[in-house]
Design a protein around this ligand. Sequence first.
Ligand code: CIZ
Length: 333
Amino acid sequence: MSSSETEGAVRIAPEPFAHVDAEEVRMLTEEISALKVEKGAIILAHNYQLPEVQDIADFTGDSLGLSLRAKECEQNLIVFCGVHFMAESAKILNPTKTVLLPSLAAGCSLSDSITYDSMMEWKDRYPDHTVVTYVNSSAEVKALSDICCTSANAASVVRSIDNDKILFTPDRNLGAWVKKQVPEKEIVIYDGACPTHDVLRGANISAADRGDPGTIIIAHPECREDVLELADEICSTTGMFEAVKRHPHARTFIIATEWAHVHRMKQMFPDREFVVADGCIGCRLHCPYMKMIDLKALKRSLAERVFEITVDDEDMAGARRSLERMMAVPRDA
Ligand code: CIZ
């Protein structure tokens, strides 16, 4: 049976992007490493980046973790392999450093689902509500918010607020999950979603489950409720590494998030099996924007110093305030 055929209810898909030429990857990796030293740069890569981009990065992680890395590092030139709002956050938290995003096509549908106008419209509708905005949003939208949150701290942030009325933006699935955890607050939820996670259904999780004894299902909170109901663990990408450690006897993990995240999970836990919970046959949970940056784009970014991320002063100040308020909230609040 070829690796792309089905075996009973279980779909065994080929590794996405397995066509990447190994020799080309080796050459580009060497060139990028030399350029990085020559330019005094640091390369940061999000957990959803192409495996070969993750492999060449100095650090991999979630968006906030990477922005904080950018703060700690001595380099003043940061090449951010992720999507636009993440590079913006890195710039906001590191205003004196140069932040490059190797492809301007690396956008985010969830971030684009909320604009200045739509946020103002919702704020007008709910004037007594405190606005909590997921970091997957533009600097302009963060600046219009009272406080930011990540997928790791959303419930803690909402609990920490001295107001029972919350307007949660823009992710409706993350918002619904927070609402379940903080039932004492009245939470109004904006109607945005990440299409990569939102495509997944509980039925897909059940199909991916071969019934291996002790299989653990780990889902990202951007997934829909029917998926989260089946999950043993619900966490951010960074939280997923800790979740694996909490199950030392489990061999198989079904992962409900963007497929590239399992690359480092496999590297970190080579004795475990990670199965991506597919959304549909052959296409896996795939974020096209996260895959806009390949090694060629990364090399060009370093060589030509493109594309520099800038944020206007007003958005910079407002977004920084919302991010810093979030960072002041204790993790287990
Ligand atoms: O903020 C991030 O990095 C995203 C998009 C997901 C996560 O859970 O790390």
